[in-house]
Design a binder for this molecule. Structure first.
Ligand SMILES: [Zn+2]
Length: 261
């Protein structure tokens, strides 16, 4: 059997990602235990590992219950306070979960939180995959709770450099709200307009808009497009002043999105 990648809905708009193959599973950011336990039971899966990207409660709230009930080891960022963590990871580390055909490398992506990490690698199908927590969203990025715009821009630079066909597994269904804002930034972006149509249809059918992919984000995500003239001009117009550097443009976009209703 090939690997399955399942977004398990939790809370109002979280996705907990489950990678499954041949009766085994690895879970990413289980903010709640119950929805994952239900899938494990229904599909008769053994949980091999729990992966964490950062310390926020909606990403770690189910860790202790899942660890106690399954005995699965917990992997997480080296420098964050977590409910449990058996393997502390930082950039350059690699982890392998052969039962589910998953090989992953670690990137340090500070900005949303100070010690946030991302997991990137390949599924058994050979398809590249990224678990980016709250760093990169479909047409958006995480808020800067513990980092600077320069740090976040650098972190997003690491993610935008991944292979174009990388499946982007974001931790929230924020897509339509982000696209509504992105269309204000780049009203003339045809790919963005098409994405709005396609993702609106998915949501009205009750389907997730994720995973996304790096190519689509490069074409439609303003936070990955600070070097595009259209995005730079829109940011300067919002700021009411010239913006000198990519960091200035990124900071302005983040502020704009924070204030967008
Ligand atoms: Zn978070």
């Amino acid at each position: 059997m090939t690997t399955e990648l399942i977004p398990v809905p939790a809370f109002a708009d979280n996705y907990i990602w489950l990678v499954c193959k041949d009766g085994h599973a690895v879970v990413v950011d289980p903010g709640q235990a119950a929805p994952i336990e239900a899938v494990l039971k229904q599909r008769q899966l053994v949980l091999d590992a729990i992966l964490l990207t950062h310390h926020h409660a909606d990403h770690v709230g189910g860790v202790l219950a899942l660890q106690q009930r399954t005995g699965a080891p917990v992997y997480g960022p080296a420098s964050e306070r977590l409910p449990a963590c058996d393997h502390r990871l930082q950039e350059g580390d690699t982890v392998q979960f052969p039962n589910v055909g998953l090989q992953l490398g670690i990137l340090d992506v500070p900005g949303h939180t100070a010690g946030h990490i991302a997991y990137h690698g390949t599924l058994s199908t050979g398809k590249p995959v990224l678990f980016c927590g709250d760093t990169l969203f479909a047409a958006g990025c995480g808020r800067l709770f513990e980092g600077t715009p320069a740090q976040m821009l650098d972190s997003l630079g690491k993610l935008r450099a991944l292979p174009a066909n990388t499946l982007v597994c974001c931790a929230h269904e924020y897509t339509l709200a982000n696209l509504r804002w992105a269309l204000q930034v780049e009203p003339g972006n045809l790919v963005l307009q098409q994405r709005w149509e396609a993702d609106s249809q998915l949501r009205s059918d009750g389907m997730p808009t994720l995973p996304s992919n790096i190519a689509l984000e490069l074409d439609t995500n303003p936070f990955l497009r600070v070097s595009q003239t259209s995005v730079a001009k829109a940011a300067a117009s919002y700021a009411g002043t010239g913006l000198e550097t990519p960091v200035d443009i990124f900071a302005c976009l983040r502020e704009w999105k924070n204030n967008f209703k």
